[in-house]
Design a binder for this molecule. Structure first.
Ligand SMILES: COc1cc(/C=C/C(=O)SCCNC(=O)CCNC(=O)[C@H](O)C(C)(C)COP(=O)(O)OP(=O)(O)OC[C@H]2O[C@@H](n3cnc4c(N)ncnc43)[C@H](O)[C@@H]2OP(=O)(O)O)cc(OC)c1O
Ligand SMILES: NC(=O)C1=CN([C@@H]2O[C@H](COP(=O)(O)OP(=O)(O)OC[C@H]3O[C@@H](n4cnc5c(N)ncnc54)[C@H](OP(=O)(O)O)[C@@H]3O)[C@@H](O)[C@H]2O)C=CC1
Length: 338
């Protein structure tokens, strides 16, 4: 999949802001934007922190990337970063189930970004939502195709202490409401669990989800299903919806759904020398059923997804390259572009 597939022109002469630029997904968005010729203003909480140093090593960063200090609740910091931009990629968010740490920054931070974007008269805001804002509804049958019209049930999220899903749902709803009120052109990308090579020095939460099955820390796997997608595809989807004038609404960005048993089977096939669990923690109930997610809207725009086996392979190889995971693998796939 080449970025040249994106329908309108390249980013030369255009400045965009990426919030939370040092994060897993945002680093890839910054990388693709720089490759595409954009000038990027990235917000981070601490520009001097070594965890953001990788951004300065990206191709084009020396001339076209600047880092701006901004907490999500610091409106002025966000406003300074967004000022003068043609577009905004709002990716920063806490990822925790702690209600206090999650909801306020996720929701009010998103509102701050939309207000700052309205004041800067940007052309479009792309917001990184989550499948957690879509699938959490106990009354929806798993036989129903889950598409962009679906929203998580806030009461259910609250009652099950899924504060991450609650926060992401309220943040996306607030973004839509405020964007309408302020006349901001908003598009959202909705990924499930994101895997693939990390550009930042340390593991993020979703690659940690894979790491625990190779490190020996998970002795069994959960009777649960999740959908997965490659981080490069997620970053590409952000650029695709930003650059396509007709793009509108939400875009589910999911490659495939796996039961945790299927996930560990693939890992064991690719990397047979790791202590990958073979037992499910739930030996009583039948296997949890898959959700049927539709990414047809993105596919209709020419999006091609990396197969999940390749995504898992790239994740593990990247963890090895970073020295996070010891090397005891049998090579089966060629690494895709890191
Ligand atoms: C907020 O923290 C995290 C967020 C994310 C990903 C964010 C996304 O946007 S993807 C959208 C999907 N999000 C969700 O589905 C939210 C609900 N959460 C979960 O399903 C899981 O926490 C997880 C898939 C996000 C992470 O899985 P993992 O860390 O690999 O744990 P396990 O699923 O293997 O579970 C271990 C153990 O803990 C029990 N458990 C897990 N989550 C919950 C929960 N929300 N409520 C109650 N109990 C939970 C689970 O049942 C297991 O117990 P056993 O069955 O006895 O083994 C990604 C994150 O990490 C990858 C994350 O932490
Ligand atoms: N990874 C996944 O599987 C999925 C992620 N998402 C969404 O994608 C986005 C990025 O996730 P991912 O790259 O995995 O996560 P990371 O944890 O790698 O990145 C999150 C970024 O958000 C920033 N951030 C967190 N809290 C604040 C705050 N209060 N003020 C300013 N910045 C803050 C962090 O900045 P700092 O470096 O300063 O800590 C970090 O750069 C999030 O919106 C997440 O909800 C959606 C679906 C799946």
């Amino acid at each position: 999949m080449a970025l040249d597939n994106v329908s309108s022109g390249s980013g030369y002469g255009k400045t965009v802001c990426v919030t939370g630029a040092g994060g897993f997904i945002a680093s890839w968005i910054v990388k693709l934007l720089l490759e595409r010729g954009y000038t990027v203003k990235g917000t981070v909480r601490n520009p001097d922190d070594q965890k953001n140093a990788h951004l300065k090593e990206l191709e084009g960063a020396k001339d076209r990337l600047t880092l701006w200090r901004a907490h999500l609740l610091d409106f002025q910091g966000l406003k300074d970063a967004i000022s003068g931009c043609h577009g905004v990629f709002h990716t920063a968010s806490p990822m925790t189930n702690d209600a206090e740490k999650m909801v306020n920054p996720a929701v009010n931070g998103t509102k701050n970004v939309i207000i700052a974007a309205a004041e800067a008269k940007v052309e479009r805001v792309v917001f990184t939502s989550s499948i957690g804002a879509v699938y959490m509804d106990p009354n929806r049958s798993r036989d129903v195709v889950v598409d962009e019209s679906c929203w998580s049930d806030l009461e259910f999220c609250k009652n099950t202490n899924n504060w991450y899903c609650y926060g992401k749902t309220v943040a996306e709803l607030a973004a839509w409401e405020l964007a309408k009120e302020k006349g901001v052109d908003l598009v959202t990308v909705v990924p499930p669990l994101v895997m693939g090579p990390i550009l930042q020095p340390t593991m993020n939460i979703s690659t940690g989800h894979i790491f625990k099955y190779l490190s020996g820390s998970a002795k069994s796997y959960t009777n649960d299903v999740h959908a997965y997608v490659h981080v490069r595809d997620v970053a590409f989807a952000h650029l695709l919806v930003y650059e396509t004038p007709s793009a509108s609404g939400r875009y589910i960005c999911s490659q495939s759904s796996l039961h945790r048993g299927e996930l560990v089977e693939i890992l064991a096939r690719l990397f047979p020398n790791y202590p990958i669990p073979t037992k499910c923690s739930d030996e009583i109930n039948p296997r949890a059923k898959h959700y049927k997610y539709s990414s047809q809207k993105l596919k209709d725009m020419g999006m091609e997804f990396t197969p999940v086996e390749q995504s898992l392979y790239d994740t593990v190889i990247s963890l090895q390259h970073k020295g996070i995971l010891g090397v005891v693998h049998t090579k089966k796939y060629a690494s895709s572009k890191l």
